[in-house]
Design a protein around this ligand. Structure first.
Ligand SMILES: Nc1ncnc2c1ncn2[C@@H]1O[C@H](COP(=O)(O)OP(=O)(O)OP(=O)(O)O)[C@@H](O)[C@H]1O
Ligand SMILES: [Mg+2]
Length: 312
């Protein structure tokens, strides 16, 4: 384990922005923190990068405590903040040199790393242009590059694709995979589920300061039912409660949940489970008003867990 977070808490006044968050990240993983606005992603990532002291709890990076060994932690991590932090009137190269010096680089080593990083984010040709002349996506790529200059072992990225065009997003994803292939471990926060589905080996879903589900994409989707979900709306007076057990015993059904006049049936094969489930409802005199079959997705899982949409 390169990263271990244990019961992290951050309180502002009485309110907890982070409320007992624990997880561990294995070396070489791309670990995703997924959650809506205000979930506590930035607060968590700021604690791990030592920029914010937790109210309680502890985290270690490669065995170093973020509380007691912040200086040492900073040497081995790269932090790319959610807000772009570049000087608009300086060129891309000047910005990177500035950051490189902050990380203690200098001389030929600094020159070489600036070139390598600019090539990695594919903006070497634009190195002499001022940042203010760059598109939002290009700025994001330079922002990412600034966090890579000292070849960090652990990279923390806070929503690095917000407001970028699809092409720049592709570039950023490519860069992230390259960094991982070179042996780094990455923590990636996002509120785009497609991004974490595509990028991350392990995903922790956050809401209101807490991790509400965690696992590989496959493990998380399994929580919904591997073959998807059948959502049925039953006409009033709704589905009698006794029927749940009968529905649960039908072929392929792995879970049943009722909510008002809706019935959610998780299944290992929803196409196969549908006819027997309909039969059970019909013989009980329930009239099915509408029906939806959907494949498991993180969005649906989030709704299932919290009762609200991931994107507000
Ligand atoms: N400095 C602060 N003072 C008071 N409250 C704060 C502060 N920073 C964050 N919060 C609160 O903590 C909660 C979590 O915020 P945080 O920025 O960690 O969320 P987030 O998941 O990164 O959201 P977003 O997706 O919008 O970036 C929010 O309710 C926010 O208002
Ligand atoms: Mg944030």
């Amino acid at each position: 384990m390169i990263v271990q977070a244990d019961s992290l808490v951050k309180k502002y006044g009485g309110a907890a922005a982070v409320d007992g968050v624990s997880f561990s990240i294995e070396k070489g993983q791309i670990f995703g923190l997924l959650g809506p606005n205000g979930a506590g992603k930035t607060t968590t990532i700021s604690i791990l990068s030592t920029y914010l002291k937790p109210t309680a709890g502890e985290a270690t990076i490669d065995g170093l405590s973020v509380r007691r060994q912040a200086g040492k932690v900073r040497e081995i991590i790269g932090f790319v903040p959610q807000e772009i932090a570049l000087y608009p009137t300086l060129t891309a190269l000047q910005n990177l040199k500035f950051y490189g010096k902050m990380y203690g680089l200098g001389g030929a080593g600094l020159e070489r790393r600036c070139r390598e990083v600019l090539e990695l984010v594919e903006l070497w040709q634009r190195r002499h242009d001022n940042i203010e002349q760059f598109s939002g996506g290009m700025k994001r790529r330079i922002n990412l590059g600034a966090g890579l200059l000292h070849s960090p072992r652990f990279l923390l990225l806070d929503e690095p694709t917000v407001g970028v065009d699809p092409q720049s997003r592709e570039h950023i994803f490519d860069t992230i995979f390259k960094i991982r292939d070179n042996g780094a471990t990455i923590l990636y926060t996002s509120h785009y589920m497609e991004e974490v589905e595509l990028l991350c080996d392990h995903i922790a879903i956050m809401d209101r300061g807490k991790v509400i589900a965690s696992g590989t994409l496959r493990e998380l989707l399994k929580m919904l039912g591997e073959g998807g979900v059948i959502e049925l709306e039953v006409a009033p007076p709704g589905c009698p409660s006794g029927l749940e057990t009968e529905i649960a015993s039908q072929q392929g059904v792995t879970g049943v949940r009722r909510e008002d006049n809706k019935v959610f049936v998780s299944s290992s094969n929803s196409a196969r489970s549908l006819p027997p489930v309909m039969k059970v409802l019909e013989s009980a005199g329930c009239e099915v008003g509408s029906l939806e079959l959907y494949a498991p997705s993180l969005e649906k899982l989030f709704i299932q867990l919290t009762g609200k949409e991931l994107r507000e």
